[in-house]
Design a protein around this ligand. Structure first.
Ligand SMILES: Cc1cc2nc3c(=O)[nH]c(=O)nc-3n(C[C@H](O)[C@H](O)[C@H](O)COP(=O)(O)OP(=O)(O)OC[C@H]3O[C@@H](n4cnc5c(N)ncnc54)[C@H](O)[C@@H]3O)c2cc1C
Length: 617
């Protein structure tokens, strides 16, 4: 580990509290503190892509600094914005890996699915990683370069009035806004000309327009009706403002779904309070924020006080302050993912992540557009995303994940959902760790060791489309009962109508691997069934409810791993409170054993537990 400075710890604070120091004045203390830190990987931006990038890199042995300009992690998924995490369509295609871990931690620790506790689930997960140094409330505003490479980022913490200089070997921009383009990295902001990549769904382009920013509202049910008094400055809307035009053009070919303003409270998270696509979503962000507030107040006034009583049974529980951004800057990498790539399914040999949302392009006029505000075009799910979208063309130690990856405006319309962004983050963090372990830049890793990256991702429970994981050689060399074969087929999920798993009753001893001669076994890899399709894990649009989310019923809660050494069984690992799908377990010490077994003792809801994979290490 290469961490030279840590944020102050509780121990340091206790010392400082005891210390008898003279009053601070301009004569004896600096006004602005200056601190330096360094790590193998510096991740800028703590949205889901940045959180997953930092966790992935740290767990694979790299030291990481995570710099986040907000007091909470999660970006658009945090309590500050409250977007629900979406990803690839189709039951077979749900994102696993770190994202599924975070969502399971959330149900376990935060069963009422409160957004502020979800922030803390993310925070505590990152804080628990010894290889991560987290800087909250810290905004990167500059870079230092050396020979075309980034050597350090400069950041400002207004909470502690501290200026940070953070050195790194690799940098990952997960800021959504591509702040590390300060390094001179190539980028784009706006819509390509439709002819550039032959993007037929792009009706207009060749301009700086983007999708807009949004402020969300959260409602709660109420039995009392109190009209809403909009604050001064609010817009005041009437039905006439929302009348649909008579002359909407016919739907373009390929359109799967269209969206209008949704002026009723039911099942609404108000994503369509969207504005700023005709402005600069970065440079004009404050003006956009002001305008969105006026719109949001006006929308709720219109709905709540509407004479038809449509929102009588709802109260406004929460209104966002900071708008979420959908689109701003996209870096340029060796590959630019386009509409064509998405529609053809992205069969890239260097695939490292996937999407599966629709091509979902919002009109830049957004809220003020009369009629349709967005059109979704169907596309294959999953579609592969290649590694060439995740590092810079011209700054050799710069990678990126999230909504600022290398893609066209149309490509982004499909890749921007947070399940995809999280998978991209895990790919970048894993790639960074491999680069660092092998002293390679991302471009060299791409050329020389892409298969290693793909294998590492699959081992860490990331599905890569059009290929499956190879179980370990020692696992494949074992004898097992026919029904256990499925645990080593490399498909760690229900797929294509096939179960790919084994039900294990408590105490049942069928999940057993035997070798002709004793083998050195140092651990086990297990994938339990966490019902990835289960919607109960998703954060709710209506927050204030006392309905508890349940842990997935078939997920093993209590289990143990036994080995047989010299004829005797010995338990080498046990857990009575498992809440994760993916477990990579290192035994306290390697054992020389001829038999290994997994014994489930209970599941969270079902009588039996469902298991997808069991590998010896
Ligand atoms: C209104 C709206 C609705 C959406 N609906 C959905 C939806 O329903 N489902 C879905 O999955 N996706 C949805 N999206 C898309 C999705 O939220 C984004 O594409 C996604 O959050 C991008 O993830 P990210 O990690 O790249 O960026 P972000 O979530 O934007 O996170 C980036 C983080 O970096 C921080 N940061 C920025 N600059 C700096 C800096 N200089 N220094 C330090 N930190 C910095 C930011 O504060 C932020 O916390 C929606 C987006 C919007 C705006």
């Amino acid at each position: 580990m290469d961490i030279e400075a840590r944020e102050i710890t509780r121990g340091d604070l206790a010392d400082a509290e005891r210390e008898d120091r003279p009053m601070r004045t301009e004569a004896n203390s600096p006004v602005v503190l200056e601190k330096e830190a360094s790590a193998d990987l510096v991740v800028v931006g703590g949205g889901l892509s940045g959180v997953c990038a930092a966790l992935a890199a740290a767990r694979r042995g790299a030291s990481a600094v995570l710099v986040q300009d907000r007091p909470v992690l999660g970006g658009n998924a945090s309590s500050e914005m409250r977007m629900g995490i979406m990803g690839a369509h189709g039951d077979d295609n749900k994102e696993a890996g770190i994202l599924e871990e975070l969502q399971l931690r959330n149900v376990y620790l935060n069963p009422l699915l409160r957004y502020t506790l979800w922030d803390d689930v993310l925070l505590s997960t990152v804080r628990a990683e010894p290889n991560i140094m987290l800087f909250l409330n810290t905004s990167v505003f500059g870079v230092e370069t050396d020979g075309g490479r980034i050597s350090a980022v400069l950041a400002w913490n207004s909470n502690s009035q501290t200026r940070h200089r953070i050195f790194g070997r690799l940098f990952a921009d997960c800021s959504g806004d591509g702040i590390l383009r300060l390094s001179g990295a190539e980028f784009r902001h706006g819509r390509e000309d439709p002819g550039e990549f032959g993007e037929t769904y792009l009706q207009q382009g060749g301009d700086r327009r983007t999708m807009g920013n949004s402020i969300l509202l959260q409602l709660r049910r109420t039995s009392e009706h109190h009209p809403f008094r909009a604050p001064p400055g609010a817009y005041h809307f009437t039905d006439a403002d929302f009348a649909k035009p008579d002359d909407e053009p016919p739907l373009p070919p390929g359109a799967r779904r269209v969206h209008y303003l949704r002026l009723y409270p039911e099942d609404n998270n108000f994503w369509w309070i969207e504005y700023g696509g005709n402005l600069d979503t970065i440079g004009d962000a404050n003006a956009i924020q002001d305008e969105l507030k006026k719109i949001a107040w006006g929308v709720w006034e219109y709905m709540k006080n509407h004479p038809d009583g449509r929102a009588r049974d709802y109260d406004l529980d929460w209104i966002g302050a900071l708008p979420g951004k959908r689109e701003s800057t996209r870096f340029v990498g060796p590959h630019v993912l386009t509409q064509g790539d998405v529609l053809s399914g992205g069969h890239f040999p260097d695939v490292v992540a996937y999407g599966g949302w629709t091509l979902d392009d919002h009109h830049p006029d957004a809220f003020f557009k009369k009629g349709r505000i967005s059109v979704e075009y169907g596309c294959p799910s999953p579609f592969g995303i290649p590694f060439g979208c995740l590092y810079s063309m011209n700054v050799p130690n710069l990678m990126f994940a999230g909504r600022d990856i290398s893609c066209s405006h149309m490509g982004l319309s499909a890749t921007r959902v947070m399940g995809t962004c999280a998978a991209l983050g895990q790919a970048v963090g894993t790639a960074a760790a491999l680069c660092l372990a092998n002293s390679l830049d991302p471009a060299e890793l791409h050329r020389r060791r892409i298969a290693e990256l793909q294998t590492a991702l699959e081992e860490d429970d990331c599905m890569l489309p059009f290929r499956w994981r190879h179980p370990s050689a020692i696992t494949l060399a074992a004898h097992c009962a026919p029904q256990c074969e499925v645990l080593r087929n490399g498909i760690d999920r229900v797929y294509g109508g096939k179960d790919n798993g084994l039900w294990l009753a408590p105490g049942e001893e069928t999940c057993v691997y035997k070798w002709d001669v004793p083998r050195r076994i140092s651990g086990a890899r297990i994938v339990f069934d966490s019902q990835m399709t289960f919607m109960g894990k998703r954060m709710r649009k209506l927050e204030a409810t006392t309905e508890r989310a349940e842990m997935p019923a078939p997920l093993a809660r209590s289990f143990r791993i036994d080995v047989r050494v010299a004829g005797s069984w010995k338990t080498v690992f046990s857990d009575s409170e498992n809440f994760l799908r993916f477990r990579e377990i290192a035994f306290p010490e390697p054992v020389q054993a001829d038999t290994l077994r997994l014994v489930v003792e209970s599941a969270w809801g079902d009588d039996q537990a469902h298991v997808f994979a069991f590998d010896a290490r």
